[in-house]
Design a protein around this ligand. Structure first.
Ligand code: AMP
Ligand code: MG
Length: 418
């Protein structure tokens, strides 16, 4: 049998992103309070300056530094008004100061604030300033955060806690974001058993628990998707096709794990091919390798109903890593995100990796206390412990042996939304 050459990850990524970008999900308005993790589809432009006016960053006294020109030989200032945050004071006359509280607008005529710790009031209630005051001291300037007309958030940004706060600070009560990807998830394999259905002591020979379902569902939710869990699909052509047809309705993506090799028990490939189209790739990636991308379409009057299809390998670590490296960018691109690739950090390897693979490898590593990376000792694609022990991946180019002390590309799991 002639082996097809492996497909590079760069090429696979380009094809995955091209398919997602062909049909981005429609946008919808959601409350800013509920927009965590969503991808913004319309810029948020501010209709005001933030802060709206010069205001004080300290509790103290607003004053005019010219009245303190001879400091410390200067007359006490008359405290003529009191301005709590949210209230607007009167213009300040020369020789006067205003009692003022953090966030309150600085009244016209004042050019600085003396903090209360640096002030005292004499018997007649007039203000003596104990430290010299420079113009602009403790004043937050109008527009120093945001200018009117400024786009504070751009289309394509994924909203996080800070961006929701910034949107709220310019008065945006709702945001136009991509709809959540609706994902149908199923696991294939007759050997699979759901935890809870069979106790460990009663497991039949050859049976294993379905672990992929748990982390894939979790990763999908973390990527902003809604998940319909179709559970375990038996290794039979008809059952696989029925599940695909049911899932193609009202879902944007059908995600499966297992069954995408070309063994006799791998029914996913022929089933998807019968209902739509499928490209099965051997990726130059480790863990990973089999990966399928295609679509499933209903027939006849329902031909408008279709869904993207992605088939992940069955080995747990392969499934986990392939999700992070290919499915996550796909889901972000589907939502119109402008940044779908992760940022890698340059870190020092505190391990040796002499047997470099011809494929691009993703090694499970952990940041150590010396500021370098330690390697999990079993990098097998079935050892899920490595993903729990590790806090990220080393993205190692093909055929690149690593020596202790070498600089490597480290992608923290936090960058990948894990
Ligand atoms: P397959 O891709 O179906 O040939 O599966 C490859 C390996 O991954 C086999 O050892 C399967 O038993 C295992 N596997 C497949 N699906 C799962 C799953 N959902 N959870 C845990 N292991 C799985
Ligand atoms: Mg299988």
């Amino acid at each position: 049998m002639v082996r097809a050459p492996l497909m590079s990850l760069d090429e696979a990524t380009a094809l995955v992103l091209a398919q997602a970008s062909r049909a981005p999900l429609a946008p919808e308005w959601v409350s800013t309070l509920e927009a965590q993790g969503r991808v913004l589809r319309q810029a948020v432009v501010s209709a005001l300056d933030v802060p709206a006016q010069d205001n004080t960053s300290m509790d103290g006294y607003a004053l005019n530094t010219e009245d303190l020109a001879q400091w410390p030989q200067c007359a006490p200032l008359k405290v003529s008004q009191r301005i709590p945050a949210g209230q607007v004071g009167q213009p300040l006359q020369r020789g006067e100061a205003a009692r003022i509280f953090t966030g309150a607008w600085v009244p016209p005529g004042a050019n600085a604030v003396a903090m209360q710790e640096d002030c005292e009031l004499n018997e007649s209630g007039d203000l003596r300033v104990l430290k010299s005051v420079t113009p602009s001291q403790w004043i937050r300037r109008q527009g120093e955060d945001v200018r009117v007309g400024q786009a504070v958030l751009n289309a394509g940004e994924r909203l996080n806690a800070a961006s929701l706060g910034l949107a709220a600070s310019v008065g945006a009560a709702s945001l136009l974001v991509a709809k959540r990807p609706r994902v149908a998830l199923f696991s294939t394999g007759d050997e699979l058993v759901m935890p809870g259905d069979v106790a460990p002591k009663d497991m039949k020979p050859g049976a294993i628990y379905n672990s992929n379902r748990f982390f894939l569902r979790s990763l999908l939710l973390q990527s902003g998707c809604t998940v319909t869990d179709f559970g375990i699909v038996p290794d039979r052509r008809e059952a696989t096709q029925d599940a695909l047809l049911a899932a193609a309705q009202e879902h944007d993506l059908i995600l499966t794990s297992g069954g995408v090799s070309v063994g006799e028990e791998d029914h996913v490939k022929p089933s998807v091919e019968a209902l739509g189209s499928l490209n099965l790739w051997s990726l130059a990636m480790k863990p990973g390798k089999p990966f399928a991308l295609g679509e499933v379409r209903l027939r006849g009057e329902q031909a408008h109903a279709w869904a993207h299809f992605i088939g992940l390998p069955g080995n747990p670590v392969s499934s986990f890593v392939t999700f992070l490296i290919l499915v996550r960018p796909f889901l972000l691109a589907l939502q119109g995100a402008s940044r779908v690739q992760v940022r890698a950090l340059k870190m020092q390897a505190h391990f040796d990796w002499p047997r470099a693979d011809p494929r691009q490898e993703f090694l499970r590593v952990r940041l150590n206390e010396e500021g370098g990376l330690s390697l999990f000792d079993n990098q097998s694609s079935g050892v899920l412990t490595s993903c729990v022990w590790g806090d990220g991946l080393v993205d190692n180019p093909p055929k690149n042996p690593i020596r202790h002390g070498d600089w490597v590309r480290y992608v923290p799991f936090s960058e990948l939304g894990v």
